[in-house]
Design a protein around this ligand. Structure first.
Ligand code: PLP
Length: 465
């Protein structure tokens, strides 16, 4: 048997071209076979069709059609974030240009754990990390920096780790009841004391309750605030929180995994006032940044915090190599082998510019306002509140929580619309997270009609699974 073609130069591009044609055709055919935002039938039916399509995954003799078969199957079985009725999660439709850049990253396969596995890519990462850190900290002396992560979860873990190390080995997390679950999990992972949870009655952290907690607690403290809650897209009162932290000598982390994208918008940037008071900020550009997963960052105000991550492994960053001028990359992550996720980020930032990205942000926020307007005017629905970013919580009027949950599941099983759920003010809401800039007014009206029609088929007390 001859060697299968390899992707990196010089024969790579020639070998890839026909394979890409196959991939693109299979993506197209698979999406057509799905025919909606989600494959219909629910988990048992979808799993059966998937197993049937995939067949034997490790046959004795290889199958030359495997690429077409599997790409078709995975496209048919996918939830399509670019479908206008797919609006459940902070799951964005990726920009084509970013996806194309990601292909180049896969073809070249650099790794960012040592300079000799990616000399140019490691320099690109340094530049992009610096540029994004300065977006968060325009005035921070001497030079803010950021670490590239797999997402908000890893960024939050690193934020807690840096806080622990800056405080001599321990820190207590104080966060709102609205904080992302990954923060408490990171505290558990890092062996920190049980987090202190401060009430967030309206979905945002209450600064007076925070002040009360900070007055009562002793020892090093890390407050974590949220700019863009996952459930409702709400932004904590950042300047008030920052002032309370300063008064009590507590360190501040802001989880802006969702809201961080507002930095690109002239219209919405002011909603993040106070962000640069934080010692660390989580960003997640696979949310309001239209990147393929993964595209997270942790922005760090004071470079000195990063010394906690310094680490030596002779084969990657021997002291004499570093002294001779080879960049030392191990201290930029807890991972070793690492994809150059910055390539797609750099391509996106440079292709769209601040104006282009800002326009996408403005567009999805406008869609959310329009959808909230439709809900508000409809006698069959209740709107929780006007959106702050691009999340709209609503529910059929006069429905029980059980019915609200059943409507969501029925839409998933139909494969016609994908909505999320959120429990707030003691009630269950349907959640529309609008991240698709191509969604139009007609799509929003169709989404609401579909929810109304599905609700009408569910009789209270006799809800199917
Ligand atoms: C999505 C989200 C996270 C987690 O990010 P991942 O990329 O899923 O790891 C953390 N915090 C907030 C507020 C989020 O919305």
């Amino acid at each position: 048997m001859s060697t299968p073609p390899l992707a990196s130069a010089p024969e790579g591009p020639r070998a890839l071209r026909p394979l890409l044609d196959t991939v693109l055709e299979a993506l197209d055919d698979g999406a057509r076979a799905r025919g909606g935002p989600l494959p219909a039938g629910g988990p048992v039916a979808v799993a059966a069709r998937m197993r049937q399509a995939v067949g034997d995954i490790l046959p004795d003799r290889g199958d030359p059609h495997a690429l077409r078969t599997l790409v078709h199957a995975i496209a048919e079985g996918a939830a399509d974030p670019a479908h206008p009725l797919c609006a459940a999660h902070l799951h964005c439709p990726p920009l084509a240009v970013a996806t194309a850049a990601d292909l180049a990253a896969s073809a070249l396969n650099p790794s960012l754990d040592s300079w000799d596995q990616g000399p140019g890519p490691s320099e690109l990462e340094r530049s992009v990390a610096g540029v994004l850190a300065r977006e968060v900290y325009p005035a921070a002396p001497p030079n803010p920096d950021s670490l590239v992560t797999t997402g908000g979860t890893e960024a939050n873990q690193l934020a807690l780790l840096l806080a622990r190390e800056a405080n001599g080995g321990t820190v207590r997390l104080v966060c709102g009841a609205n904080a992302h679950h990954s923060l408490a999990r990171a505290a558990w992972l890092l062996g920190l004391p049980e987090p202190v949870v401060v009430r967030a009655p309206a979905g945002t952290l209450d600064p007076d309750a925070l002040d009360e907690a900070l007055s009562r607690l002793t020892g090093p403290l890390l407050v974590a605030a949220t700019a863009g809650t996952t459930d409702a897209g709400l932004i904590d009162p950042l300047p008030e929180i920052a002032a309370r932290c300063a008064a009590h000598g507590a360190r501040l982390h802001i989880d802006a995994a969702y809201g961080g994208g507002l930095l690109f918008s002239d219209r919405y940037r002011a909603r993040l006032t106070g962000l640069d008071a934080a010692d660390t900020v989580t960003l997640d550009l696979h949310k309001l940044g239209w990147q393929p997963v993964a595209a997270g960052l942790l922005a760090v105000k004071d470079l000195r915090d990063l010394t906690a991550l310094r680490h030596r492994a002779d084969y990657l960053n021997a002291a004499d190599d570093s002294e001779a001028g080879l960049p030392d990359l191990l201290g930029r992550s807890l991972r070793t082998t690492r994809r150059p996720d910055v390539l797609k980020l750099a391509v996106t930032l440079k292709t769209l510019g601040r104006t282009g990205l800002g326009a996408l942000v403005d567009q999805v926020c406008a869609r959310a306002r329009a959808f909230a307007g439709l809900v508000d005017e409809h006698p069959g629905f209740e709107l929780r509140a006007r959106p702050v970013i691009s999340t709209v919580l609503f529910r059929p009027a006069d429905a029980t929580d059980t019915t609200v949950a059943a409507v969501r599941r029925a839409l998933l099983t139909d494969g016609r619309a994908v909505l999320g759920r959120a429990r707030l003010d003691g009630r269950l809401w349907l959640k529309a997270t609008l991240l698709n800039p191509a969604t139009g007014p007609d799509d929003l009206a169709a989404l609401l009609r579909l929810v109304a029609a599905r609700r009408a088929t569910l009789v209270e007390g006799h809800t199917p699974r």
